[in-house]
Design a protein around this ligand. Structure first.
Ligand code: ASP
Length: 583
C-alpha cells in the first residue's frame, strides 16, 4: 500500500493515527536538530518532521532528499506547536518513522510555486512540471468540474452526448482547414473539423432532437493572441425550436454553471440587444456591460459651425467618463495616444469638461459657444464632474475606436471588476459580411444560418441588409458562444449558396450530403457552440486560455514540449505519395 491518506486530508482529529503518505517534496528545511519536509500531492501539502534526537539516521536520510523527489513516508500524526493557518492541514504534522525514495528528481528548471521564476517558454517545455504548480492545477480541476456540470445539466434536460468524426471533408467556408493525407487513397485528404456543424445538423435530420458534445475543433488560422489551433467547444443543437427556446435553454446552462461553479445566482433574464444596438451603443458586437458608459451619436449636433474636422466627419460619437472632469492634460494626452495606435487608428479625441461647478470647458471652445456645448452635455446626459470624450470620422472606425476607448477608460477607472459577471445576448446579426479584398459576400456566421423570414426577399437584391437568426452569448466583453437557427429548407439553402457565389456544382460537391439530407424530412432546428476554453478562463480569472489547457500550443502554434510540428520520415511521405518542395 503506497498511501493511507492524501497530502491534503489529515486534520487535528486524526492526531495519534499511524499513516502512510506519498508525494513530491515541495521543500526541505533544516533547523539543526529538526528537519522538515513539505510533502505535496494533488490534494495539498502536509508537513513531515524528522527529529535528530530521537532518530538521527532517519534525519540524515531526510536531509539528503531534494526538491521534487517522490517519497513514501510512514509516521504518526501529531498536533503542531506552530500552526499554519494558511493550509487546511496546518494544524498537524507527521512525525516520521520511515522514509523511502520512490523516485529521485533532477533539480527542476524553475520553482514549482505559483510565483515561479520560470518564463513562458521554459514552463511550456516542462509543462508536466508547470502543471504541478497549484494555480495551474486548480485551473485543470476547475475545467474538469465545469465539464461535469455541463454534462449534468444537459443530461437532466434530455440531451444526448453524441460523438462526431474527426476525419472529415475539407470545406472552403470559414477558416482554413487542417488536412490529413490518406494513405489508402493517395492524393486525397481528410480535413479535421472546424466544428461538428454539419454533423449536428444531420443528427437533427436523424431525429435526435437534443444533442451536445464537448468536442475538439481545429482551425488553421493565423495566430492572434489567445487563439489555439485546436480548442474545445461545448457544441449543441436542438430540433423543433425557435430562437427563444434556444436562448432560454442555454441561458439555463449558463446560470447552472454560475451557480454550481462560482456560487453566483443570476435571477434575472440576460439582457438581449440587437447587433445594430450593440454596434451603435458600444461600438462592438461583444460589449462589456459591467459598466454603462454608452456611446451617444452627436453627428448632427456638432456640424455646421465651421469646425472642418466635424463638418467633414461622417460620424461623431461621445462617451462620458463620470467623475473625470479633473483629468490632467497628461492623462488626456495618454488617451489620445492610445486611440492613435495603429490597431485603433483614430486621429484624436476632442474633450468637453463639465466641471462640478457647472462650468463647461472644451478643446473646441474656439468654434462652439457655451450654449452649444451645453446642448452637447445634455445630449450625452452628463452629470457635473464628467469628462466627455468625442471621436469623429468615418462611422465604423470611430465607433470601434470609441469602443476601445470605453474599455480603456473603464479599466483605468476600476469599473471592470474581475468578480462581477454581466452576461447578455446579442441577437439579429447580419447574415452576410462584405469582403473588399475578394469583392464578395461571406456568411458572417456560416452558410447554414437562416435569414429572418421577413428579410429573405432581400437576399438577392440587398444582401448587406439581411438579418440572420443568429445570436451570441457575451460575458464581460468576451464572446462565450454563438449560434443560429438553421436553414432547413433546401431551396433557401440553395439560394444561400448562390449569394455566397457557389455554383450549383460547387455547392453540391461540397455540401451535397446536407442538401440531400434536407430532401428527406428535416425538422426546423438550431443550436449554439460555446468556447469551453474561454469560459473556463473567464471563471478562473485568467487572461489567456493557455492557462486552462493542460497541453497548449504556444503563440506560434508549436508544442515545444513534444517539438511539433516536425518533419516526418521519408518512408511515411512515400507511403502517402507526398513530395516536399523546397520552400
Ligand atoms: N458551429 C458554429 C461555430 O463553431 C456554432 C453554431 O452555429 O452552433 O461557430
Amino acid at each position: 500500500m503506497y498511501r493511507t491518506h492524501t497530502c491534503g486530508e489529515l486534520r487535528l482529529s486524526d492526531a495519534g493515527k499511524d499513516v502512510i503518505l506519498a508525494g513530491w517534496v515541495q521543500r526541505t528545511r533544516d533547523l539543526g536538530g529538526m528537519t522538515f519536509i513539505d510533502l505535496r500531492d494533488r490534494y495539498g501539502i502536509t508537513q513531515l518532521v524528522f527529529d535528530m534526537n530521537t532518530n538521527a539516521e532517519l534525519c540524515e536520510k531526510a536531509r539528503k532528499i531534494g526538491r521534487e523527489f517522490v517519497v513514501q513516508v510512514k509516521g504518526k500524526v501529531r498536533e503542531r506547536s506552530s500552526k499554519n493557518l494558511k493550509i487546511p492541514t496546518g494544524d498537524i504534522e507527521i512525525i516520521a518513522e520511515e522514509i523511502d525514495v520512490l523516485s529521485s528528481s533532477e533539480l527542476p528548471p524553475f520553482t514549482i510555486e505559483n510565483e515561479t521564476d520560470g518564463g513562458e517558454e521554459l514552463r511550456m517545455k516542462f509543462r508536466y512540471l508547470d502543471l504541478r504548480r497549484p494555480c495551474l492545477r486548480e485551473n485543470i480541476i476547475l475545467r474538469h468540474r465545469m465539464a461535469q456540470e455541463v454534462r449534468r445539466y444537459f443530461d437532466s434536460h434530455g440531451f444526448l452526448e453524441i460523438e462526431t468524426p474527426m476525419l472529415i471533408k475539407s470545406t472552403p467556408e470559414g477558416a482554413r482547414d487542417f488536412i490529413v493525407p490518406s494513405r489508402l487513397h493517395p492524393g486525397t485528404f481528410y480535413a479535421l473539423p472546424q466544428s461538428p456543424q454539419t454533423f449536428k445538423q444531420l443528427l437533427m435530420v436523424a431525429g435526435f432532437d437534443k444533442y451536445f458534445q464537448i468536442v475538439r475543433c481545429f482551425r488553421d488560422e493565423d495566430l492572434r493572441a489567445d487563439r489555439q489551433p485546436e480548442f474545445t467547444q461545448i457544441d449543441c443543437e436542438m430540433a423543433f425550436v425557435e430562437q427563444d427556446d434556444i436562448l432560454k435553454t442555454f441561458e439555463g446552462l449558463a446560470k447552472h454553471l454560475f451557480r454550481e461553479i462560482k456560487g453566483i445566482v443570476l435571477e434575472d433574464d440576460f439582457p438581449r440587444i440587437t447587433w445594430d444596438e450593440a454596434m451603435s451603443l458600444y461600438g462592438t458586437d461583444k460589449p462589456d456591460i459591467r459598466f454603462d458608459m454608452k456611446i451617444t451619436e452627436i453627428t448632427m449636433l456638432v456640424k455646421g459651425k465651421g469646425f472642418t474636422v466635424f463638418d467633414n466627419a461622417g460620424y461623431a460619437g461621445a462617451i462620458v467618463a463620470e467623475g473625470c472632469s479633473e483629468y490632467s492634460r497628461k492623462q488626456i494626452d495618454e488617451l489620445v495616444e492610445f486611440v492613435r495606435r495603429p490597431q485603433i487608428g483614430a486621429s484624436g479625441i476632442f474633450t468637453v469638461k463639465y466641471n462640478t461647478d457647472g462650468t463647461i470647458k472644451s478643446s473646441v471652445d474656439k468654434y462652439y459657444s457655451t450654449e452649444e456645448l451645453a446642448k452637447w452635455v445634455r445630449a450625452v446626459n452628463a452629470m457635473p464632474g464628467s469628462l466627455i470624450l468625442i471621436i469623429a470620422g468615418e462611422r465604423e472606425k470611430s465607433l470601434s475606436a470609441l469602443s476601445e476607448l470605453r474599455l480603456k477608460l473603464a479599466g483605468d477607472m476600476g469599473l471592470r471588476k474581475a468578480e462581477t459577471f454581466s452576461p447578455l445576448w446579442v441577437v439579429d446579426f447580419p447574415l452576410f459580411e462584405w469582403d473588399d479584398e475578394t469583392q464578395r459576400f461571406y456568411a458572417r456566421h456560416h452558410p447554414f444560418t437562416s435569414p429572418k423570414p421577413e428579410d429573405i426577399d432581400l437576399m438577392e437584391t440587398d444582401p448587406a441588409k439581411v438579418r440572420a437568426n443568429a445570436y451570441d452569448l457575451v460575458i464581460n466583453g468576451i464572446e462565450i458562444g454563438g449560434g443560429s437557427i438553421r436553414i432547413h429548407d433546401s431551396s433557401v439553402q440553395k439560394l444561400m449558396f448562390k449569394v455566397l457565389g457557389f455554383t450549383e456544382e460547387e455547392a453540391s460537391s461540397q455540401f451535397g450530403f446536407l442538401i440531400n439530407a434536407f430532401r428527406y424530412g428535416a425538422p426546423p432546428h438550431g443550436g449554439i457552440a460555446f468556447g469551453f476554453d474561454r469560459w473556463v478562463a473567464l471563471f478562473a480569472g485568467e487572461d489567456s486560455i493557455r492557462e486552462v489547457i493542460a497541453f497548449p500550443k504556444n503563440n506560434a502554434g508549436r508544442d515545444i514540449m513534444i517539438d511539433t510540428p516536425s518533419p516526418v520520415s521519408k518512408t511515411q511521405l512515400s507511403e502517402l505519395m507526398i513530395d516536399i518542395r523546397k520552400p
